[in-house]
Design a protein around this ligand. Structure first.
Ligand code: RFL
Length: 419
């Protein structure tokens, strides 16, 4: 430690919050803190161009739109177009339209690709004079259980810097450094492998009329809009399949079959990858003065579109909690941050797991689970109460995650949470 410190070129910097990672979670925390007049520094490993191009999620759910609205930021940070709240299920080629709007007043979900949200959050933060440092290498948080943690990083010229702060927001995704700075045993990881693979394909091809989830005896497929002339497709595949096993002709053939659309218009494929569906929750989402946000704390299988939306939920709670502490010396919301986030995380994990099982079992599973899954779909298409519950979960407006009697972190908040 002494050697490390002696090589620092500049150890005099200080801020309230160091945010590690400039994805949806980190940029939202930073923008909301800035909006609250609280200073922060964002450290991002990659270049601005790299971060701005990363394409993943496509829908900002109703709850998240209303969250930005409550901060007066909707027009600045949300691009894309309003979503009409209709989701299409296609079972053996037969279409069922399901409303995933809950009918309440107020702004609703937007078709806003993740990279557009990231670009707009970046611009908003920088326009407001925000301190966002790209290409920050070897980021490492220290003294997380002390009064003033320090975050070290290195710039491209090799200079090492240190920033002292009150709090660290670990927003650096599943492979970042924030969580690995926590000693073994302080967090419990709950991991689940669904035993399912997906091939995901981005193409310059016409988007569907509605986000589309399809299933037939060959397996699951999906087609989502990603802009005026861009689409993301998913195809269920063996868990360890390689993208090379999927030449273009095979992809379009499989999509036409599983989507039940022989006339599906294809287009140039711009990206393709395979991955295993997995889910992961780290509990608690706090260690001393480090607060984990978004994918750094939890991974949700993409079915149901919850990963990015959960990241936005965590970011909102953390920004409000820090604001309470800075403005009023009130640490209640910081103490309950982890338990409040985890309640919604598990709620969304359950929804995503339910939808994952239903749409995969309804396809090529053994007869008994296939019949169960199809009975669940039948209920969704025909029982209004089921459809309403589904819509609440899709919008994120279900009360489950909100009506929290939060469990406070006992003792000294800024010592290790469980002590
Ligand atoms: P991110 O987006 O991974 O951002 C983390 C940032 O941290 C940086 N970083 C570091 N910076 C400094 N030092 C280090 N050592 C660092 N290590 C990493 C990274 O460069 C990056 O900029 O996490 P965040 O902000 O928590 O956001 C989470 C979302 O990205 C994620 O949940 C979603 O993309 C998940 N997801 C979807 N979510 C939805 O809500 N709806 C969807 O439709 C949806 N589709 C998807 C998805 C994820 C997918 N993948 C990754 C399998 C589709 C796919 C294919």
């Amino acid at each position: 430690m002494a050697d490390e410190t002696s090589q620092l070129q500049d150890s005099s910097e200080s801020t309230t919050v160091v945010v590690i990672g400039a994805g949806p979670a980190g940029l939202t925390v930073a923008t909301l803190l800035q909006h609250s007049g609280i200073d922060c520094v964002v450290l991002e490993r990659h270049s601005r161009e790299h971060v701005a191009q990363r394409q993943r999620a496509g829908i900002v759910e109703t709850r998240a739109v209303r969250m930005f609205d409550s901060w007066g930021l909707t027009d600045r940070v949300l691009g894309g177009v309003p979503y009409d709240g209709i989701l299409e299920f296609r079972v053996d080629g037969r279409s069922h339209l399901v409303s995933d709007s809950d009918g309440s007043d107020g702004p609703s979900a937007r078709l806003c690709p993740q990279q557009i949200l990231v670009q707009k959050l970046t611009q908003t933060f920088l326009d407001g004079g925000g301190d966002l440092r790209f290409e920050a290498a070897d980021v490492s948080p220290h003294d997380l259980t002390g009064d003033r943690p320090t975050v070290h990083y290195r710039t491209a010229d090799g200079t090492t810097h240190a920033i002292t702060c009150d709090f660290v927001a670990g927003c650096d995704g599943d492979h970042g450094v924030s969580r690995t700075a926590v000693p073994d045993g302080a967090l419990t990881a709950h991991a689940f492998d669904h035993g399912i693979g997906w091939l995901t394909v981005l193409a310059d091809a016409p988007p569907p009329a509605h986000p589309l989830l399809a299933v037939n005896a060959r397996g699951f497929a999906a087609h989502f809009p990603r802009g005026p002339y861009a689409s993301r497709y998913y195809l269920q595949c063996p868990p360890d399949d390689h993208p090379d096993a999927w030449p273009e002709a095979r992809i379009w053939d499989a999509l036409r079959t599983r989507l039940g659309d022989p006339a599906l218009v294809c287009g140039p494929i711009t990206d393709r990858e395979t991955f295993r569906l997995r889910s992961l929750v780290h509990d608690p989402m706090q260690y001393g003065r480090l607060f984990l946000v978004g994918d750094a704390a939890h991974i949700v299988s993409p079915m149901g579109g919850k990963g990015m939306n959960l990241a936005l939920y965590d970011a909102d709670l953390l920004a409000r909690a820090v604001r309470d502490f800075v403005r009023s010396d009130d640490d209640t919301a910081l103490r309950t941050y982890s338990s409040r986030c985890l309640r919604r995380v598990w709620n969304d994990q359950e929804f995503s797991h339910w939808l994952t099982r239903t749409l995969h079992d309804a396809g090529d599973a053994a007869p008994f689970p296939r019949h169960l899954a199809r009975a669940r779909l039948d209920r969704l298409f025909n029982a209004p109460a089921s459809a309403r519950a589904f819509a609440e979960l899709m919008t994120g407006l279900d009360p489950t995650g909100e009506a929290v009697i939060s469990q406070e972190v006992p003792g000294n908040l800024f010592a290790h949470g469980g002590d």
